[in-house]
Write a protein that binds this ligand. Structure first.
Ligand code: ADP
Length: 454
């Protein structure tokens, strides 16, 4: 049984893992960079070890130093959180070979689902619909143009190793395709060290709907319902909610079954997410699997009452899931707003700096997952998310009203944040109507005077 966990991450997710471990009576070891000395997870974990300089490449991505810290502190498991090494099959393999439990899937599943074209192939064989596209990466421009024409414009060019909404380009004809193909390859090479790209049909105005999966090491796979993550800026999620206002019971059941099939096809174990795009007619297409805990996991937790981080630990311990699909009830509506330190007046550029006053909202149906506090300095080296506000209630209307109320109470002084933007969205009739697609944010920003969310 796991008794001590190294948390190979930082920020709110590191804190989230400390909290789950403490409730389970498990000791925690924080590893941190020189820029994160002040960070709350470092202060709240039972032990902490500095593993290097501020740059991720010198600390949170240094598998060797993390494993050394694990050995020195005698931990029996590593929780990778999200981002950093969480989907690095080699790191999972290193943990396996050092006899340290990796709280996540087996390295083989990470490898399989981490390569987006292998992942698509795998789930297609299991009978799950995928977005029409190239069979694997396209190596030359000539082959790529031929494929794009065959699929039919518009198409989207995506990095095989992509993630975080980066490395994607859209092309509407041969001319724009030739240009975007090269841009995409260069971007992918720079961002992921792998220039390989593949092509997909660009689904216009889809919804992004994903299913939370839990799978134990005894072969049981269930889903915990969906999250609608259609509110995105530049392919990056901003707001997530569950249940999706778009799905009816029938479609939910069908997609849930498809998600379970997709996970089973990868021999999946632990928590994971199957992502789909859904068009206006309700056709759904698998786009990728995330083989880790996701930023938006609290939405599912508040809808189902199940603590996903604790489940990850139980599964890593080899325990059986204690519930069946029929035990999972979706009785609440939950919505999450990602609070980023960004300046809307400067095209959402990161706004690092020192927080003067920090006051988080509370009250009925409000949860805040954040590592920020008064006097905390947000380092410039990492992503700009400083917290997540999750509001829930018996209906979507209650959850949305509560989110607006909580956002109005949320005080973060000294840095620019996305709080005013979220307030404007929570009171926007199109968002409230539940009809927003992934095209929503661009339209919203075009029609809304910027000073409304400054
Ligand atoms: P990443 O791994 O970088 O997050 P995803 O494949 O999950 O990339 O896609 C992120 C977002 O990009 C989706 O939620 C959607 O908004 C958009 N997207 C991806 N593929 C397509 C597609 N074929 N058609 C339309 N939009 C897409």
């Amino acid at each position: 049984m796991i008794q001590k966990v190294l948390i190979a991450n930082r920020g709110e997710i590191a804190l989230r893992i400390v909290r789950a471990c403490r409730e389970l009576g498990i000791k925690t070891l924080a590893v941190y960079s020189e820029a994160d000395v002040q960070s709350l997870h470092v202060q709240l974990a039972d032990e902490a070890i500095c593993i290097g300089g501020p740059k991720s490449a010198d600390s949170y991505l240094r598998a060797d130093r993390i494993i050394s810290a694990a050995e020195i502190a005698d931990v029996d498991a590593i929780h990778p959180g999200y981002g950093f090494l969480s989907e690095n099959a080699k790191f999972a393999e290193q943990c396996e070979s050092c006899n340290i439990k990796f709280i996540g899937p087996k390295s083989k599943s990470i490898k399989m689902m981490g390569d987006k074209s292998i992942a698509k192939d795998t789930v297609k064989k299991a009978g799950v619909p995928i977005v029409p596209g190239s069979d694997g990466p396209v190596e030359t421009e000539t082959e790529a143009v031929k494929t794009a024409r065959k699929i039919g414009y518009p198409v989207i060019i995506k990095a095989v190793a992509g993630g975080g909404g980066r490395g994607m380009r859209i092309a509407h004809n041969d001319v724009s395709f030739a240009k975007e193909y090269h841009v995409a390859r260069n971007e992918a090479e720079k961002a992921f060290g792998n220039g390989a790209v593949y092509i997909e049909k660009y689904i216009e105005r889809p919804r992004h709907i994903e299913f939370q999966i839990l799978a134990d090491s005894h072969g049981k796979v269930i889903h915990l319902g969906e999250r609608d993550c259609s509110i995105q800026r530049r392919h990056q999620k901003l707001i997530e909610e569950s249940p999706s206002p778009f799905l009816n019971a029938d479609l939910r059941k069908k997609m849930g079954k498809a998600a379970v099939k997709a996970a089973a096809a990868a021999n999946y174990e632990n928590a994971g997410t199957i992502e789909f795009l859904v068009d206006a007619k309700g056709n759904y297409y698998f786009i990728e699997m995330n083989t880790r805990i996701q930023v938006e996991h609290p939405v599912t937790e508040e809808c189902t009452g199940i603590d996903l981080i604790k489940q990850q630990i139980h599964i890593a311990n080899g325990q059986k899931l204690e519930f069946d699909q029929s035990d999972i009830k979706f009785e609440k509506h939950a919505i999450e707003c990602r609070i980023n330190a960004e300046d809307p007046a400067r095209n959402f550029a990161p706004s690092p700096g020192t927080i003067g006053l920090y006051y988080a909202p509370g009250g009925h149906g409000v949860r805040v997952d954040s590592h920020a506090y008064s006097g905390y300095t947000i380092p410039s080296h990492y992503d700009s998310m400083i917290g997540k506000l999750i509001c829930f209630g018996s209906t979507r209307k209650v959850a949305l009203e509560r989110a607006y109320r909580a956002l109005s109470e949320y005080l973060i002084r000294g840095v620019k944040t996305t709080i005013p933007l979220h307030k404007a969205i929570m009171s926007d009739p199109i968002f409230i109507s539940g009809k927003a697609t992934t095209a929503y944010m661009e339209d919203f920003l075009n029609r809304t005077p910027t000073d409304l969310f400054l």
